[in-house]
Design a binder for this molecule. Structure first.
Ligand code: GDP
Length: 202
């Protein structure tokens, strides 16, 4: 699934502008700088994906990629969601971000799960909780992926996992298992691939 091509297929810049439904979609969300680009590169074994999403003008879009086959015959779509929580962003941009996200999240039948990246050094912050709120309200299954595992001491890792589990415990749409990853060491990447493969098998 992750060894084959990973081609850019569609960019959604405004609400209502989405590609026709196709195979299952998995989306990746997270605050700016959480390590989303690095993780997507590690997950898909290539650099093109994040390069496309980081192209000027594309950072505020939902970027769709075909996985496990050529576009049109792909087994899975990966959706790179625009980063959030960036302090310098205008109110208008926040509003259009919200409209874009809500439009996609509400009633996208092929959306199997959103992986919400949370910085392992920081833990769950209010901007992350706002994303959880949106997903709970949209009744979209989501799973937290902690990033930057390599930046924490062994003794600190258990505490951040426990605090994250606690933050998710009463959230209806949250999948309880937390995956701790590092794009630098590869920690957690097989577990993340396994979670995706399991979604496809369901
Ligand atoms: P994005 O804004 O969420 O796409 O984040 P990036 O992937 O561009 O990463 C933001 C910063 O975090 C960069 O300086 C990366 O080098 C760093 N980073 C990303 N992943 C890791 C990781 O697993 N470990 C460490 N130590 N740094 C990381």
């Amino acid at each position: 699934l992750f060894a084959g091509p990973c081609d850019f297929i569609f960019a959604s810049a405004k609400a209502g502008d989405l590609p026709p439904l196709g195979p299952p979609e998995i989306a990746f969300a997270g605050r700016s700088n959480v390590g989303k680009s690095s993780l997507l590169n590690a997950l898909t074994n290539r650099k093109t994906l994040a390069r496309v999403s980081h192209t000027p003008g594309r950072t505020q879009q939902l970027n769709f990629f075909a996985l496990g086959g050529e576009p049109g015959a792909e087994r899975l779509r990966l959706v790179d969601m625009p980063g959030y929580g960036y302090a310098a962003v205008s109110k208008e941009k926040v509003a259009s971000w919200g409209a874009l996200m809500r439009n996609y999240l509400r009633g996208r039948a092929s959306l199997a799960r959103v992986f919400v990246l949370v910085d392992g050094r920081r833990g769950v912050k209010p901007v992350d909780a706002e994303m959880f709120d949106l997903l709970d309200q949209s009744a979209v299954s989501y799973q937290v992926v902690l990033t930057k595992h390599d930046e924490l001491k062994i003794s600190e890792r258990g505490a951040v996992v426990a605090a994250t589990a606690e933050a998710l415990s009463k959230r209806p749409a949250a999948y309880p298992e937390i995956i701790f990853t590092s794009s630098q060491t590869g920690e957690g990447i097989p577990a993340l691939r396994g979670a995706v493969a399991q979604l496809l098998a369901e």
